[in-house]
Design a protein around this ligand. Structure first.
Ligand SMILES: Nc1ncnc2c1ncn2[C@@H]1O[C@H](COP(=O)(O)OP(=O)(O)OP(=O)(O)O)[C@@H](O)[C@H]1O
Length: 227
């Protein structure tokens, strides 16, 4: 019989977190398994980015636990297994005097990967912009650079914080198709989004964060639940 528990890549149990005396997450539980694409939706301020910080270990839970690949997240034991696309991706270093090619080269050398980027460059639509400086790129193109740098890690768990905020409808569709493919290959994808309708055709599960609690949204309600 398959070991179902070993399939669980992300496991959050009874998680609570407050900034000083402002409670943000309260007794939150959720899990994501290998091969799943999970959409995490919630209004502004519902705690989605805070939850990402807790999963990534930059914040510590005040109660409850977060396990990644079976280990406590605070052990930082799985850096190489996790890719994270932040909300503002590489925007903060857009003024660095570097091109997309140079930036990608640094990452590939660091990861000791070769030739892995070709298909991804096409997928994220950046091949024709390789020689451009980051300062010459639009917000949406910078978002794609952030996604590219995350995907070259070839991680088993991919976390994305509003990856479609600055990109057009066509790229949004391509992005979700790619994320679906990555999940079908056995990876786990967790996407924070305000637009459940965009993610719905591709997601296995949708979870809504609201006032510190979280609830599974049944597929029949995915259309109405879109924020
Ligand atoms: N460093 C901080 N110190 C104090 N309060 C914070 C801090 N970061 C976030 N908050 C508060 O915690 C709550 C949750 O914020 P968070 O950024 O996690 O929400 P979110 O769901 O990601 O919101 P959005 O959709 O607007 O990105 C908000 O009320 C926010 O004001």
């Amino acid at each position: 019989m398959p070991d179902v528990a070993s399939d669980v890549v992300l496991e959050v149990r009874g998680l609570s977190f407050s900034y000083e005396d402002v409670p943000v997450l309260c007794d939150l539980s959720l899990e994501a398994r290998a091969g799943q694409l999970v959409a995490l939706v919630g209004d502004n301020g519902a705690g989605k980015s805070t939850l990402m910080g807790l999963i990534l270990g930059s914040l510590r839970p005040q109660a409850g636990s977060i396990r990644l690949f079976g280990d406590d997240a605070s052990a930082h034991a799985h850096h190489a297994d996790i890719a994270y696309v932040a909300q503002d991706a590489v925007r903060s270093y857009r003024h660095f005097p570097t091109t997309v090619r140079e930036l990608l080269g640094v990452h590939l050398r660091h990861l000791k990967r070769r030739g892995a980027a070709d298909e991804l460059l096409d997928t994220v639509g950046l091949r024709e912009h390789l020689s451009k400086a980051l300062s010459q790129l639009s917000g949406g193109q910078l978002q794609r650079v952030g996604l590219l740098l995350a995907l070259v890690r070839d991680a088993r768990l991919i976390l994305l914080d509003e990856p479609t905020a600055a990109v057009d409808a066509r790229f949004t569709d391509e992005l979700y198709r790619l994320l679906r493919r990555l999940a079908d290959e056995g990876r786990t994808v967790v996407v924070i989004t305000h637009h459940l309708a965009e993610a719905a055709p591709f997601a296995d599960r949708a979870v809504r964060l609201r006032a510190g609690a979280c609830a599974e949204i049944p597929p029949a309600q995915w259309k109405e639940a879109a924020l």
